[in-house]
Design a protein around this ligand. Structure first.
Ligand code: DON
Length: 321
């Protein structure tokens, strides 16, 4: 980083000026209090709507944070692209796409429906994510599988904070009628590999949604995806180029619930949101951003996060096209 700074090889050479403009966008949205904190489990409903944090991490490892960027919160559906990337990395695209498609579903994230060839539409919605979870190290014991994935999250996050919120896990499991229904529907339609234990698969899915990050650690995750699978902080190569390419392609087309098409049109960047209010935004070969504000719109996306991204594009034109 220091050599690059002296030889002006940094991907964002005027980082200070750049982040000043990010801060301006942040402050413009600070008083925006419309939307609703997720309340389907008590642990999420108790999170303060005031929380608003933005962290950027460039592919050179330049960092900047503003607001509530060191408070932990659960990743929820932002675990989906990570689990998918790890599955593709470990098993290859053919083995994973034998069980899940690549198409936006046009339905809500927890819809009980299958796509072409009786497979879930894509791994960014619950059906596809539950199937992908069933593929992760599925010959091993659940405890070892959990340890392995958490360790991979930590490596992707450059060793920064990854926690586990047991209260969120227990509540998720208790209020998961829809995911159980979806699981049985997938089982009935033979969507899982031979011998998969459904209740263990669902527990594993809930556990991975219940892992905690901070804006700071999540920004390193986004930056590792921006950097082709090499963590910009540690230099550790965790994910293959193809697993990152596939993950970003599906985040681009399917990462933002029912808003994915409009997001791809307005913002034109790969992203993934979760009901805890996190949006992970990737600017390939440039930087990763973590935007966190728990106030959600009717799609389940963070309102400040969406507005921030749209303003970012108006200011810098990172849009792919
Ligand atoms: O499966 C569920 O309902 C949640 N734990 C996941 C929430 C979430 O962020 C949905 N995203 N696609």
């Amino acid at each position: 980083l220091i050599r690059k700074a002296f030889t002006t090889e940094l991907v964002i050479p005027e980082f200070g000026r750049f982040t000043q403009m990010l801060d301006d966008i942040y402050w413009r949205l600070k008083d925006r209090m419309d939307g609703k904190v997720a309340d389907y489990i008590p642990q999420l409903s108790r999170v303060s709507p005031e929380n608003w944090g933005v962290t950027v991490c460039s592919v050179d490892g330049q960092r900047h944070s503003i607001g509530d960027t060191s408070s932990p919160f659960c990743v929820q559906s932002v675990s989906k692209p990570l689990n998918y990337a790890i599955a593709i990395n470990d098993l290859g695209p053919d083995a994973v796409h034998q069980y899940t498609g690549h198409e936006p579903s046009g339905e809500s994230f927890n819809e009980i429906k299958l796509g072409l060839n009786n497979k879930p539409h894509n791994p960014m919605i619950n059906a596809g994510a539950i199937v992908v979870t069933s593929l992760l190290k599925n010959k091993e014991k659940l405890a070892d599988r959990f340890d392995y994935i958490k360790k991979q999250y930590e490596r992707i996050a450059g060793g920064e904070y990854i926690g586990f919120n047991n209260a969120v896990f227990l509540s998720e499991r208790e209020s998961a009628d829809r995911n159980y229904a979806l699981g049985y529907y997938l089982k009935e339609n033979k969507c899982f590999p031979e011998g998969v234990n459904l209740s263990e698969t669902l527990d594993f899915y809930f556990q991975l949604c219940s892992c905690d990050v901070t804006c700071e650690s999540a920004s390193v995750i986004a930056a590792t995806l921006a950097n082709g699978g090499i963590c910009p902080i540690t230099g550790d190569k965790i994910l293959s180029a193809v697993s990152v390419r596939n993950t970003l392609s599906l985040m681009h087309s399917c990462g933002m619930y029912d808003y994915s098409g409009q997001w791809a049109f307005n913002v034109g960047l790969p992203a993934k949101s979760g009901v805890s209010g996190l949006i992970l935004v990737v600017v390939p070969n440039v930087m990763g951003l973590a935007l966190w504000s728990p106030l959600l719109d009717r799609h389940g996306n963070s309102i400040r996060g969406i507005s921030f991204s749209e303003e970012l594009i108006r200011t810098f034109n990172f849009h792919n096209y």
